[in-house]
Design a protein around this ligand. Structure first.
Ligand code: ADP
Length: 270
């Protein structure tokens, strides 16, 4: 392997220019490694539901099934298909985020409408098993692309539902600090996350508990989508969590990208 040999030689000489070259190669190797891991992960994620689906097709074509059994098998096949659809849709979202132009800062998204949509989707997903509360202390509008901001907030709230047992509480809270910085936090009373996992949560396909994530329809891509959206909107993601107690995911947005909803907007809604 040429690149590996080169960096050994370079270290031996300790030559400045060659050292830079070796760092470049190391960087490229790292990027190649990440790409290989990514392709391997995607292949694995697609292969698993495909294996299950082909098993069911085999069963349906070789065994005489009762009507009830047939319906059950079709339902399970539907779940696996849904899983692949979600995966492909998350992959496309990530590819668009990585390759696309930054959203213009002169498009303004009404936060309260966005929160209403997120809350109604979260309630549907929870099926009434969680107490979901949404509170906003200012009527703000955020600069940027609506679909991206919506997908960031929806990912956090969906995770809160997924990783909180029935009977738990989920609080979505918007507030602005005196300097105008905006904070949207999604706080749950769920399973929590051990400290050592927190720095890796936004890596693609990183899961603390793979089986729980898959069971609940997770792709392992949600938080990397959130990270990309925030990068493009000048924001940051902060995470605090305690295993067994719950988690708080906070989107922090700069004051320059927030404005108060105009009176017109209030009038138009009323
Ligand atoms: P997934 O589709 O698996 O939920 P994400 O990228 O959204 O993927 O999250 C990565 C991992 O972080 C999850 O698999 C889960 O282990 C952990 N996680 C995310 N949100 C929460 C939460 N609110 N509570 C506990 N664990 C969480």
């Amino acid at each position: 392997r040429g690149a590996g040999t080169l960096s050994v030689v370079v270290r031996g000489y300790g030559d400045g220019m060659k050292l830079v070259l070796s760092q470049d190669i190391t960087e490229r190797e790292r990027a190649d490694g990440m790409r290989r891991d990514f392709v391997a992960n995607v292949s694995h994620e697609i292969r698993t539901p495909l294996t299950v689906l082909s098993g069911f097709i085999e069963t349906m074509s070789s065994l005489p099934l009762s009507e009830a059994e047939r319906r059950r098998v079709l339902q399970l096949m539907g779940q696996q298909t849904q899983r692949m659809q979600t995966l492909v849709s998350d992959l496309l979202t990530l590819a668009q985020l990585e390759g696309g132009r930054r959203p213009a800062a002169d498009h303004w998204v009404a936060l309260d409408a966005l929160l209403k949509r997120v809350a109604s989707d979260a309630n549907a997903l929870s099926g009434g098993k969680h107490a979901i509360r949404v509170q906003a202390s200012t009527r703000a509008e955020l600069a940027g692309a609506e679909p991206e901001l919506l997908s960031a907030v929806a990912n956090l709230v969906t995770n809160a539902v997924r990783y909180t047992p029935a009977g738990g509480e989920i609080d979505v809270t918007w507030r602005q600090l005196p300097d105008g910085v905006g904070e949207l936090s999604v706080c749950d009373t769920g399973v929590g996350i051990a400290r050592e996992h927190i720095p890796r949560l936004t890596e693609r396909f990183y899961r603390v508990d793979g089986s729980r994530s898959r069971e609940t329809g997770g792709t392992g891509l949600g938080l990397s989508i959130v990270k990309h959206v925030l990068q493009r909107h000048g924001g940051q993601l902060q995470v605090e969590s305690e295993p067994g107690k719950g988690s708080k995911f906070k989107l922090v947005l700069p004051a320059s990208r927030i404005r108060q909803a105009s009176d017109n907007a209030i009038g138009a809604e009323a």
